[in-house]
Design a protein around this ligand. Structure first.
Ligand code: NAD
Length: 430
C-alpha cells in the first residue's frame, strides 16, 4: 500500500484536544493515511453507497469512531480505529496498551486462514460405511473444491483438507457432516467456502447415495485462531493506594472467577469483545461472525469459560494471553465498500488479514485487562461514570458546555440519572 508512513501510537494529551486538533494530530502522526482517515471520519458512509450494501435502505446509522493509542504489536506502533457507542472502551484499551508497552507491547501470532465449510448428509442407512466412502474420495473432492475460486487459488489459497464427522445422536437420528477446510487468504471467506460446499454437494450425494441438506460455513473458525500475549511489569500496575502486586493478584483472582463460573465468564468475555468488536466494525468486518465464533470457542470443552488467561511470571510480572477465532478479512464483504473500513485498514497499515487479526486480538486482551483492573481495584463505575454522565446529560437535553457542567455535578453528587440531569438543567435555567 502506498502512502503508509510508520506512525507512532504515542500521542500524549490526545484525549484533551478538540476534535479538530485530534484530526490534525492524527494526520501528522500517520501521514497521508491519517489524513484520509480523518477526512473520512468526518464524512462517513454516504447514503448512496449504503443503498448498494443492503436492502430497503432509508439512511445510515453512525457510531462514534475513536482511535486507541499506545499499541505496540510485534514491535510495530499501531493507531487502532474503534467504532463503538460505549464509553470507557477506547480509554481503557489505550491505557492498558501503555502499560503493556513498558513490557515490550503485545506479541501476537495467528494460524493459517483456514475456514470450515459444513455439508450435512442425510438419509444414510450406514453412516460409518458412507463416511469411509467419502474419505476414499477425499482427493477428488478436494480437487473439485479447489477449482471453485481461481482468484483464491492464484493467491495460494484453496481447499486444504476434508474431514467427515459422524453425528450419532440428533433429533432426526444419525447423519454425516463433511468439513471442508479452506484457505481463504485475506478474505473473511464465507462466499468462497459456501460456493465450494454447494459445488461438492452433488458429488457427495453420488458417492454416498444420501441426500445433502445444509451447505454453509461454520463460524466456529477454530482453524483460524489469533493469539496475543503481553507482560506488564508489576511496578507499572501500581496506582493510588494500590501496590502493583495487589493489582496483579486482584486481576488473577478476577480471572479465576471467570474460569470457574459461566455467569462471570459471559461478562468477562463481553469485556474482551468490547475491544474486539469495535475494531471489527471499524474495518467493515462481520462482528456477528466474530461474536459467534468467540463464544462457541469459549465453550469448546463443553463448559463455557474465559477466553483469556492471566498469571505471573518468575519475576512477579503480570502475564496475559488471549486466543480466539478471528475470521476477519481485508478484502471482500464491506471491507472494500465502506469508505471508513478502507481508511481504517490504511491507518493501521495492515497488509494481510493475519496482521489485522493479530491487532484485534491484542485490543481484546488490552480491553480485558482494563476491565479486570478496574473491577478488582476501585470498581468499574468510577472511571465509567464521568463518561456515562455525559451521555445522561445529553439524553436530558444538555448541549455545548452544559454537557460537561451537568455531568460533573452528577458525578460529584454520585447521582448519575436522567431525572437528576433534567433537574440540574432546570436549576441552571436551561
Ligand atoms: P467476498 O466474496 O466479497 O470476497 C472474497 C473473494 O475475493 C475471494 O473469494 C477471492 O475470490 C477474492 N480475493 C481477491 N483478493 C483476495 C485476497 N488477497 N485474499 C482472499 N481473497 C481474495 O467476501 P467473503 O470474505 O467471501 O465474504 C464475506 C462476507 O460474507 C461478509 O460480509 C459476511 O457477512 C458474509 N457472510 C457470512 C456468513 C457467516 O458468517 N456465516 C455467511 C454468508 C455470508
Amino acid at each position: 500500500m502506498e502512502n503508509i508512513k510508520e506512525p507512532t501510537s504515542r500521542l500524549p494529551g490526545f484525549h484533551r484536544l478538540t476534535l479538530e486538533a485530534r484530526r490534525a494530530q492524527l494526520m501528522a502522526a500517520a501521514g497521508a493515511s491519517g489524513l484520509e482517515w480523518a477526512d473520512l471520519a468526518a464524512a462517513g458512509l454516504g447514503a448512496e453507497a449504503a443503498d448498494h450494501m443492503i436492502e430497503n435502505v432509508v439512511g445510515t446509522f453512525a457510531l462514534p469512531l475513536g482511535v486507541a493509542l499506545n499499541f505496540l504489536i510485534n514491535g510495530r506502533d499501531v493507531l487502532v480505529p474503534m467504532a463503538i457507542e460505549e464509553p470507557s472502551v477506547v480509554a481503557g484499551a489505550s491505557f492498558m496498551a501503555k502499560l503493556a508497552r513498558a513490557g515490550g507491547g503485545f506479541r501476537a501470532t495467528s494460524s493459517g486462514p483456514e475456514m470450515i465449510g459444513q455439508i450435512q448428509v442425510l438419509d444414510l442407512p450406514d453412516v460409518q460405511k458412507s463416511r469411509q466412502e467419502l474419505l476414499d474420495h477425499r482427493n477428488e473432492l478436494l480437487a473439485e473444491a479447489d477449482s471453485v475460486d481461481p482468484v483464491l487459488k492464484g493467491l495460494g489459497g484453496g481447499a486444504r483438507n476434508l474431514e467427515v464427522r459422524v453425528i450419532e445422536a440428533s433429533p432426526i437420528g444419525a447423519f454425516l457432516v463433511v468439513h471442508l477446510l479452506y484457505d481463504v487468504r485475506d478474505a473473511m471467506g464465507a462466499n468462497a467456502v459456501n460456493t465450494a460446499c454447494e459445488r461438492l454437494a452433488p458429488r457427495i450425494e453420488a458417492i454416498t447415495g444420501g441426500r445433502v441438506h445444509l451447505r454453509i460455513l461454520s463460524n466456529l473458525a477454530d482453524h483460524r485462531l489469533a493469539t496475543s500475549r503481553c507482560t506488564i511489569p508489576v511496578k507499572e500496575l501500581a496506582f493510588g493506594d494500590f501496590p502493583g502486586e495487589k493489582v496483579r493478584d486482584g486481576i488473577i483472582e478476577a480471572w479465576a472467577f471467570a474460569v470457574a463460573d459461566r455467569y462471570r465468564a459471559a461478562t468477562h468475555n463481553k469485556g474482551i469483545m468490547n475491544g474486539v468488536d469495535a475494531v471489527v466494525i471499524a474495518t467493515g468486518n462481520d462482528w456477528r461472525a466474530i461474536e459467534a465464533g468467540a463464544h462457541a470457542f469459549a465453550a469448546r470443552s463443553g463448559r463455557y469459560t474465559s477466553l483469556s488467561t492471566w498469571g505471573k511470571d518468575a519475576s512477579g510480572n503480570l502475564v496475559g494471553s488471549l486466543e480466539m477465532p478471528m475470521a476477519v478479512g481485508i478484502v471482500g464483504g464491506a471491507t472494500k465498500v465502506h469508505p471508513m473500513a478502507k481508511a481504517s485498514l490504511r491507518l493501521m497499515g495492515v497488509q494481510t488479514a493475519a496482521e489485522l487479526a493479530q491487532i484485534i486480538v491484542s485490543v481484546g486482551l488490552a480491553q480485558n485487562m482494563a476491565a479486570l483492573r478496574a473491577l478488582s481495584t476501585e470498581g468499574i463505575q468510577r472511571g465509567h461514570m464521568s463518561l456515562h454522565a455525559r451521555q445522561v446529560a445529553i439524553a436530558a437535553g444538555a448541549t455545548g458546555d452544559l454537557i460537561d457542567e451537568v455531568a460533573a455535578r452528577m458525578v460529584n453528587e454520585n447521582v448519575v440519572r436522567i431525572d437528576r440531569a433534567e433537574m440540574i438543567l432546570h436549576e441552571l435555567g436551561k
